[in-house]
Design a protein around this ligand. Structure first.
Ligand code: F3S
Length: 410
């Protein structure tokens, strides 16, 4: 692999032994994927979830050692959700031992120079990549969205590779960094009305099952301008049911808008039509149980935008949630702070629902808290929570809020 002077210095330990070690990881990945060089990354989105939660004590110790070694992040680095709400973990039923370990990791990230966004939607916080920017991002929903909606270029990184990119400011040039791997492969012709985040999540999940790793190109003349947040849900679901890091959407996503002829029938030969019947199947796929008693309602996956908060606050206004039902509304710390100013957070919490930040229903220990049946409007949360043994009812945001109030699904 061709290396610049700076990259050779990294390998030779000029920037310290920790930086040399992570360079080794990066070069190995590059070699496996046939990369001919490294490229500079504009941003890194770091998988704190894997490092801080899944790896447990070992992962946290590793981060602390890195922080103590004096190495610092070279690239602008934002962070994915962790497993606790940093300032309110007690009221979520998280044990002090678990929280202490997480907070140790949070301190190490601070030392390393991470911007502690703790969200899967850093673009709501102003981390907005430009078309063609090379990134090293992790997390299914985040990667597919920056690639598709913003036209930036990132492979689906793992915790180790993203950490290496944060420290070295580089990533191997392969996969989605190359133009030829970003072309659409299957036309998805939507011919029915879609009304809610749950419709877009169901569509994404269903299409992911059908296309696998082929890049879908959406054409939707019935709903030509879906809300930004609808596409966030669709992307998250697509990347959950399939190993997909990219989609195109006619008249919306930048790559297709610049060269629409590249995505026409002469290039994209396969076509799938989505009508009313297909959408019924798509919704049914995400209802993992038929029990109507609901003891947990969780919305805000991917993390809510300010506009989502406004919408949902209006739905909670004047209502009380069922005392036997735990209700989480998940978002980033920054979004919560912003929406506290306009009163929406107070409206949501007045109902008895909890506004949860820095974490979510999936990355926290919610699946181990004894909830039996959850209601959600998120296809991604439905998929993961069902996989972790919680019964799931999937439906519109309105249905979820009714379930929060009544304690049952209707
Ligand atoms: Fe984000 Fe958690 Fe969902 S990380 S995409 S809110 S599973």
């Amino acid at each position: 692999m061709k290396l610049t002077k700076y990259e050779e210095e990294l390998v030779d330990g000029y920037y310290g032994s920790e930086a040399a070690k992570v360079m080794e990881i990066m070069l190995k990945i590059g070699e496996v994927y046939g990369a001919d060089e490294l490229i500079e990354v504009k941003q890194v989105h770091l998988a704190t979830t894997q490092i801080l939660a899944l790896s447990g004590e070992g992962g946290i110790d590793f981060l602390c050692r890195l922080g103590d070694s004096g190495v610092r992040f070279r690239a602008t680095t934002v962070t994915d959700p962790i497993s606790i709400d940093c300032s309110n973990w007690q009221r979520l039923g998280i044990t002090p031992e678990f929280a202490e370990l997480q907070l140790k990791g949070v301190e190490a990230l601070k030392k390393l120079g991470a911007i502690q966004t703790f969200t899967c939607t850093p673009y709501y916080e102003g981390f907005l990549p430009k078309v063609g920017d090379h990134l090293a991002w992790v997390e299914t929903s985040a990667v597919i969205f920056v690639n598709s909606y913003f036209g930036a270029r990132s492979n689906r990184e793992c915790d180790a590779s993203a950490l290496a990119s944060a420290i070295c400011g580089r990533t191997p040039r392969y996969g989605l960094h190359l133009e030829e791997n970003r072309v659409g492969q299957v036309l998805i012709n939507v011919q029915t009305e879609l009304k809610d985040v749950s419709d877009y999540g169901a569509l994404g999940n269903y299409v992911g099952v059908l296309v696998g790793s082929k890049i879908p190109v959406f054409q939707d003349k019935i709903n030509p301008k879906p809300r930004f947040e609808y596409l966030v849900h669709m992307g998250a679901a697509l990347a959950t049911s399939a190993p997909l890091p990219l989609f195109h959407f006619f008249d919306i996503t930048p790559e297709i808008s610049r060269e629409p002829e590249k995505f026409g029938k002469s290039h994209v030969k396969e076509e799938i039509v989505i009508g009313k019947k297909e959408m019924e199947k798509a919704r049914a796929l995400l209802n993992y149980q038929d029990n109507n008693e609901i003891d947990y309602v969780a919305i805000g996956c991917p993390h809510f935008s300010p506009e989502d908060v406004k919408l949902v606050a209006g739905m909670f206004e004047g209502k009380r949630v069922n005392p036997k039902t735990e209700v989480w509304v998940c978002m980033s710390h920054a979004t919560k702070q912003l929406m506290m100013r306009t009163g929406e957070i107070e409206t949501i919490e007045k109902s008895g629902a909890k506004v949860v930040v820095d974490t979510c229903m999936v990355t926290s220990t919610a699946s181990k808290m004894g909830f039996k049946n959850m209601a959600t409007d998120s296809a991604k949360a439905a998929f993961y929570m069902a996989g972790m043994g919680v019964g799931v009812r999937y439906g519109t945001t309105d249905q979820c809020i009714k379930a929060a109030v009544n304690g049952y699904w209707s």
